[in-house]
Design a protein around this ligand. Structure first.
Ligand code: PRP
Length: 187
């Protein structure tokens, strides 16, 4: 029943900084002359959103929402998502970018993209720090992605294990013992 440990560093602080600067540069070029509203999904995206926002050269507004996800253990519809905390302000007529720390199955991003599209933004894009493509179950529109990663449990820079490790400056792979893996699956 051992607790998991960080097995190795996947992305160093320097690698994260450099790649986020590159993506921010792409976004700044694309949105030149326009305002951009970044929408973060609590809690994981907070670290990436702030790092990205600091590198953008266009005027930036920010807002946050939170979701709850349900997996029906009895074989019902997977990937049910609902809004647990809504945006504080309207996005009508705004250039909106949904910012995620990680896209796995795609259910959260797909749901939020549809939800936000229904609120009449001028434009809507998606951006994620990590894209764990081996876990994808539904296709989602991803406009910007910093890194594609393999199917490993990662922590740091916003990503947690049982709410811990979010404050790491790097992204590490967690070596999961059997008990920890069971806990992850059960959560
Ligand atoms: C993570 C991540 C996404 C979602 C992606 O959030 O921030 O919102 O999972 O998973 P999906 O592609 O399978 O839908 P999590 O539920 O871990 O919450 P947290 O951000 O508070 O850690």
């Amino acid at each position: 029943m051992s607790e998991p440990v960080i097995e190795r560093v996947l992305f160093t602080e320097e690698q994260l900084d450099q790649r986020i600067r590159e993506v921010a540069c792409e976004i700044s070029t694309k949105y030149a002359g326009r305002e951009l509203k970044l929408i973060g999904v609590l809690k994981g995206s907070v670290f990436f959103l702030t790092a990205l926002a600091r590198e953008l050269t266009v005027p930036v507004k920010i807002d946050f929402l939170a979701v709850s996800s349900f997996v029906n253990q009895k074989g019902g519809a997977p990937g049910m998502v609902r809004i647990a905390k809504d945006l504080d302000e309207s996005i009508e007529g705004e250039n909106v970018m949904l910012v995620e720390d990680i896209v796995d199955t795609g259910f959260t991003t797909r749901y939020l993209h549809q939800h936000l599209a229904g609120r009449s933004p001028n434009s809507l894009a998606t951006c994620t720090l990590l894209d764990r493509t081996p876990r994808r179950l539904v296709q989602v529109p991803l406009d910007y992605r910093c890194f594609e990663i393999p199917d490993r449990f990662v922590v740091g820079f916003g990503l947690d294990y049982k709410q811990l490790y979010r404050n790491l400056k790097y992204i590490g792979v967690l070596e999961m013992g059997l008990s920890a893996r069971d806990q992850e699956r059960a959560s």
